[in-house]
Design a protein around this ligand. Structure first.
Ligand SMILES: Nc1ncnc2c1ncn2[C@@H]1O[C@H](COP(=O)(O)OP(=O)(O)OP(=O)(O)O)[C@@H](O)[C@H]1O
Ligand SMILES: [Mg+2]
Length: 256
C-alpha cells in the first residue's frame, strides 16, 4: 500500500528487484506515529549489537563480489571499512542488512539470522542504513516523511536541525542536493537509533559533504551508542573508529 496522506501508514516492504534482491525502498515505512513516539524497540540493542559473519560469499549472478568473509564486531565497536572501488564493500553491507539475497555463509546480528520473515523484520529494525546512492523513490517522498520512517520522527527531526537541513524537511527528496540528501539520511539514522536500532551501517556517509559536514557527520556517527560499520575513504572518519578493515577483491583484512 502506498499513500501520501499524513498519518496514514505506508509500508513498502519485501519488494524484490530484477536481480532478486530486496529493494532499498523496502526500508521506507511511514506510520501514524507522532514525532517523539517510539516504535517497538529491538529488545537487546542498548549499547549496540554484535555482528558475526562466517564464510560469507555474496554473488551478483555469476560474479562473487564478496568471497569467504569472516568478521566479528563486538557490540558497540566502531569499524571503518575501506578498499578500492568495486571490491565488494556495498555488497557486504547490503548482505548484513538482509537486502542482498545471493548470500552463502552465516550473518548474525545480535545473534539472529534473517532468513524468516520475522527475523528479517527484526533485522530491519535492528540496523539503521545510510545508503551510498540514496534513492529518491518511485513516489515523491518528502524529507520529513523519510525522517518519520526511522521510527522516531522527533529525534530524526532534531538531528536534521543540528545538521542544518531542518528547514528543508517539507521538500521532496528529489529536490535536495547530494549533500543535503546525505544529511537527511544521517538524521534518519539518528531516529532509527532512538527507535531501538543497535547497528548503523553507513556506506560512504560523508562522500557528498563539505569539509565542515564531514567533521560533523563523523562526530555524530561515531558518538552514537551503537555498533558502527562505516564504509569510508575519509581519514577523519577512520581515525575516530576502533578498527580499520580493508576490502580487496571481495576479501577483508585488518589494517588498523
Ligand atoms: N546489481 C549488480 N549487478 C551486477 N554486478 C554488480 C551489482 N552491484 C555490484 N556489482 C558488482 O559487484 C562488485 C562489487 O560492487 P560493490 O558495489 O559492492 O563495490 P564497492 O566496494 O562498494 O565499490 P565502490 O567503492 O565503487 O562503491 C563490482 O564488480 C560491481 O560491478
Ligand atoms: Mg560501494
Amino acid at each position: 500500500m502506498v499513500a501520501l496522506v499524513p498519518g496514514v501508514r505506508i509500508r513498502v516492504a519485501g519488494r524484490w528487484n530484477r536481480t532478486g534482491d530486496r529493494s532499498d525502498y523496502c526500508r521506507v515505512e511511514l506510520s501514524s506515529k507522532q514525532p517523539g513516539q517510539v516504535a517497538t524497540r529491538s529488545p537487546d540493542s542498548e549499547g549496540g549489537l554484535a555482528l558475526r559473519l562466517r564464510d560469507v560469499v555474496c554473488r551478483h549472478g555469476r560474479l562473487a563480489a564478496v568471497g569467504g568473509v569472516d568478521l566479528d564486531v563486538a557490540a558497540g565497536q566502531r569499524v571503518a571499512l575501506t578498499g578500492t572501488n568495486g571490491s565488494g564493500k556495498t555488497t557486504l553491507l547490503r548482505a548484513v542488512l538482509g537486502l542482498h539475497r545471493q548470500v552463502d555463509g552465516e550473518i548474525l546480528v545480535g545473534g539472529r539470522g534473517s532468513r524468516s520473515a520475522a527475523e528479517w523484520a527484526w533485522r530491519r529494525r535492528a540496523c539503521a542504513w545510510i545508503p551510498q546512492r540514496p534513492a529518491a523513490g518511485r513516489f515523491p517522498l518528502l524529507a520529513h516523511e523519510l525522517l518519520r520512517s526511522s521510527g522516531d520522527g522527533g529525534q530524526a527531526l532534531s538531528a536534521a536541525e543540528r545538521l542544518g537541513v531542518g528547514a528543508l524537511v517539507d521538500r521532496p527528496l528529489s529536490s535536495l542536493s547530494g549533500g543535503q540528501l546525505q544529511r537527511v539520511h544521517l538524521a534518519r539514522a539518528v531516529g532509527c537509533v532512538a527507535a531501538g536500532a543497535g547497528v548503523v551501517l553507513a556506506d560512504e556517509p560523508t562522500a557528498a559533504l563539505d569539509f565542515a559536514g564531514q567533521e560533523e557527520a563523523a562526530e555524530l556517527l561515531t558518538g552514537l551508542p551503537v555498533t558502527l560499520l562505516v564504509v569510508t575513504h575519509d581519514r577523519a572518519m577512520a581515525a575516530r573508529c576502533d578498527r580499520v578493515l580493508e576490502m580487496a577483491a571481495g576479501r577483508l583484512r585488518e589494517v588498523g
